[in-house]
Design a protein around this ligand. Structure first.
Ligand code: NCD
Ligand code: ZN
Length: 457
């Protein structure tokens, strides 16, 4: 049965924009052609003057669910995602209990499903104590990949990943290190899944520790060398076994250079950066304050420009958000005490559209947020493109509307993020998840109908 016909839009298919109609049958794209007649009973959506784009897959979000409902949960996360044209989110494993076993993954999936307005996938956690059997079971339960937080220790009592180890917790487990990566990268390669890293070398971070009074202190405390060294060491390990090493939230020109060297010499490396690193620099701190405190830090204009060039040139194929909300109260603490992280999922598509438009090629936006992410997550057979046989995850973008980011419109629990006050020259009009409207005319629609996605293996 044909559910939907989207007519006369500029459709961003795998080969760039074409003027066409998109027909959807049973939630799946069935035809992409000009001049299709509306089948009986189908809902017809007029997209004249609009862009029709594939739904975004945000490969890096923190739902905080379960664990920190005051910061976020699957309902608020996926409402924000839907509003922004993100139809799939991949949730990081540092929820509580952390996702270090198949059992935890399964209970998290069960808890997420009834609240999810968009499809979701779940990352598994690499601990220094993780065994091959645990990773295999996580893969069998549907994990989209594994995440290692270099330098973040683990509280076995609280079942929680901790950003800093200076705590009185008597039951701290050592952070995953290069030894952990060397031991577990080969089995992860055999499972056919990506190994993602938070790339800041702990020894360099500890050598540069200092009180954080100014933004310059933060840049000195977490220098680009920390990122570059972590990428380079992990890349050497990854090259040997061929695992897909995925660098989360790349933030520096130096890290980029080292990653490119590794790619040239045969490492199977994918790079992800985030809108905050493509749009902002240390110069924005005076305006934004702790809202832009994120790890790794937002660096200089030169770093930002290098990342933009790499994204424009296809070296960086994935833009994800590292959507990491805290409460507005927590973020209002003094600079040193304020937690790191910013919400971002709602602005992912808008910020990428605006950047792509500035670079003179709108089709970069769907490539960064949909095509590249689908390949990383092994969802490229069903998601990430507008073509027959793909899930009808579709976004209708209005190029004649602008969107000013204000706290009142944010669906995330943290309302003041790094993009507060930014005016993007596009609007998200309608969003469809497997053919069903989840946003109509800029407003949430329908019920939570998200499903868990599993990578093709
Ligand atoms: C992340 C979080 O809050 O979960 N924070 C951040 O600044 N990016 C964790 C992390 O990736 O370091
Ligand atoms: Zn991280």
């Amino acid at each position: 049965m044909t559910d939907l016909l989207i007519t006369a839009g500029s459709v961003y298919g795998p080969d760039g924009p074409v003027d066409a109609d998109v027909q959807v049958t049973d939630g799946v794209i069935s035809r992409v052609e000009a001049g299709l007649a509306a089948p009986r009973g189908a809902t017809v959506i007029d997209a004249r003057g609009m862009y029709v784009m594939p739904g975004a897959i945000d490969v890096h979000v923190h739902s905080r669910d379960p664990g920190f409902p005051e910061k976020e949960d699957f309902g608020t996360l996926t409402a924000a995602a839907a509003m922004g044209g993100v139809t799939t989110v991949l949730d990081m494993p540092n929820t509580v209990p952390a996702v270090d076993s198949a059992g935890v993954l399964e209970s998290k999936a069960a808890l997420a499903r009834p609240k999810a307005r968009v499809d979701f996938g779940l990352w598994g956690l690499v601990r220094s104590s993780s065994t091959e059997d645990q990773l295999e079971a996580l893969a069998a339960a549907g994990a989209v990949g594994f995440k290692a937080y270099l330098g973040y220790s683990f509280s076995t009592r609280r079942k929680q990943v901790l950003q800093s180890a200076d705590t009185d917790d008597p039951e701290l487990e050592a952070p995953p290190d290069y030894g952990t990566l060397a031991r577990l990268a080969p089995p992860i390669a055999r499972l056919g899944l990506p190994l993602a890293i938070h790339a800041e070398d702990p020894a360099i971070l500890s050598a540069f520790r200092r009180p954080l009074e100014t933004y310059a202190d933060l840049l000195e405390a977490r220098p680009a060398e920390a990122e570059a060294v972590a990428i380079s060491a992990a890349a050497e390990i990854a090259r040997e076994c061929g695992v897909n090493l995925h660098v989360a939230h790349l933030s520096s020109a130096l890290g980029l250079r080292v990653a490119q060297d590794a790619m040239r010499t045969g490492t199977n490396l994918t790079l992800e950066t985030c809108p905050q690193y493509l749009w902002l620099s240390d110069q924005d701190f005076a305006r934004l304050g702790t809202a832009m405190k994120v790890f790794p830090p937002i660096r200089t204009a030169a770093d930002r420009d290098a990342l933009v060039e790499a994204a424009a040139g296809g070296v960086i194929r994935i833009v994800a958000t590292d959507h990491a909300p805290h409460t507005d109260e927590e973020k209002a603490r003094p600079f040193e005490q304020a937690p790191s992280g910013s919400p971002g999922v709602q602005q992912l598509y808008l910020s990428c559209l605006a950047l792509a438009s500035r670079l003179g090629d709108i089709s970069l936006a769907p490539r960064w947020v949909s095509e590249g992410p689908a390949a990383l997550a092994r969802l490229h057979q069903t998601k990430g493109a507008i073509a027959p046989g793909f899930d009808a995850d579709l976004v209708i973008v209005d190029p004649n509307r602008t969107t000013l980011i204000r706290p009142a419109m944010m669906r995330s629990r943290q309302r003041r993020g790094a993009f507060d006050g930014t005016d993007f020259r596009f609007g998200i009009r309608d969003v469809f998840l497997r053919g069903r409207a989840i946003v109509r005319d800029g407003k949430l629609a329908g019920r939570a109908s998200g499903r868990m996605v599993r990578p093709a293996r």
